[in-house]
Design a protein around this ligand. Structure first.
Ligand SMILES: [Zn+2]
Ligand SMILES: [Zn+2]
Length: 317
């Protein structure tokens, strides 16, 4: 089955989720699609869902009212070249790579990892490539300059570099990384709380379609580009949906700036449902009511065209 032009909701996230009695849903496990496509491997903010020390969420997951969610990550699969890549190295990396391997078994567990920034949900999974776990050899890890320096000069990451478990590949903002004739990746800088590294989003360009991936950004107004215009240039835009609205967490939300879902949708309010449907919300904090598929506000936005990323979904490129 050729995946081009298709978006297939597939939910086969039954592995490793003993707490998550999700009923069996539509699956595509019997066939491996042809082509180049993205696979959603996680949708949660860095702390995951259920969140640490949250008995209410533990109970909701145990009772099947809520679902366990892995930390935000996209897999990129090219069945022609038999390569697979990962966006983000999350704390859930082993299970996410297992899932990718189920999708397309190949001789290498992963052919490259693209990092956005040095916050815990986005790079700490690199440790699994080290001596204590996989003892990997030369896994290409694509990193921006400050991120590269940070990894090289701080333990335990520096040990991954010294032992050549990972091989850092330098990226520059707005410079294309050509993975194949049909697949190009371009990092671009976005404003974020850059304590240890700069932060990037990615433009992921396949033979037919192009995706944006911006899991973490401060307010849209602090970015030099217009998210509205950037979304119009692509087919899919996976964007930061950490919080739904002001007041969602009991601390000053200005300490952790993100575009609220209601701020993003306000920007798009005069656009067609076709444009709105390019917006795919991702990176949900455990507090975000939109994590609940039955939430009325989420359902209302879905009716307008907006989409909410789901683990296991595939997006053809
Ligand atoms: Zn994050
Ligand atoms: Zn972050």
């Amino acid at each position: 089955m050729n995946l081009r032009f298709l978006i297939i909701p597939v939910f086969v996230f039954i592995f490793g989720c003993s707490q998550s009695p999700t009923p069996p849903q539509e699956t595509e496990t019997s066939q491996i699609p042809d082509g180049i496509y993205l696979k959603v491997l996680g949708i949660a903010q860095d702390g995951g869902m259920p969140h640490i020390n949250n008995p209410q969420e533990f109970e909701a997951v145990r009772e099947g009212k809520r679902q366990r969610e892995f930390v935000v990550s996209l897999g990129l699969i090219d069945t022609e070249s038999q390569k697979k890549y990962l966006f983000e190295a999350t704390p859930d990396l082993p299970e996410q790579l297992y899932f990718l391997d189920q999708e397309m078994p190949s001789s290498t567990i992963i052919d490259g990892v693209f990092l956005t920034h040095a916050h815990m949900g986005h790079y700490t999974g690199l440790l699994h490539f080290g001596r204590e776990a996989m003892g990997a050899k030369h896994i290409p890890v694509y990193a921006m300059p400050t991120m590269e320096t940070y990894l090289k000069t701080n333990g335990p990451w520096s040990q991954l570099v010294d032992l050549q478990n990972i091989q850092l590949r330098a990226m520059q903002a707005d410079r294309v990384v050509t993975l194949s004739r049909k697949l190009k990746i371009t990092p671009f800088l976005v404003p974020h709380r850059d304590e240890f590294s700069e932060t990037v989003g990615y433009r992921i360009e396949g033979p037919e379609k192009t995706a944006l991936f911006i899991p973490d950004i401060d307010k849209w107004t602090t970015w030099e580009k217009s998210i509205l215009e950037e979304v119009k240039k692509v087919d899919y835009a996976f964007v930061d949906a950490t919080f739904f609205s002001e007041g969602e967490i009991p601390r000053p939300m200005s300490e952790v700036p993100h575009p609220f879902i209601d701020e993003t949708t306000a920007l798009f309010k005069n656009e067609s449902s076709t444009i709105k449907s390019k917006v795919i919300f991702i990176h949900f904090n455990h507090s975000n009511p939109a994590l609940d598929k039955q939430n009325p506000k989420r359902i209302a936005l879905e009716k307008e065209g907006y989409r909410f990323a789901k683990q296991g979904e595939m997006y053809g490129l």
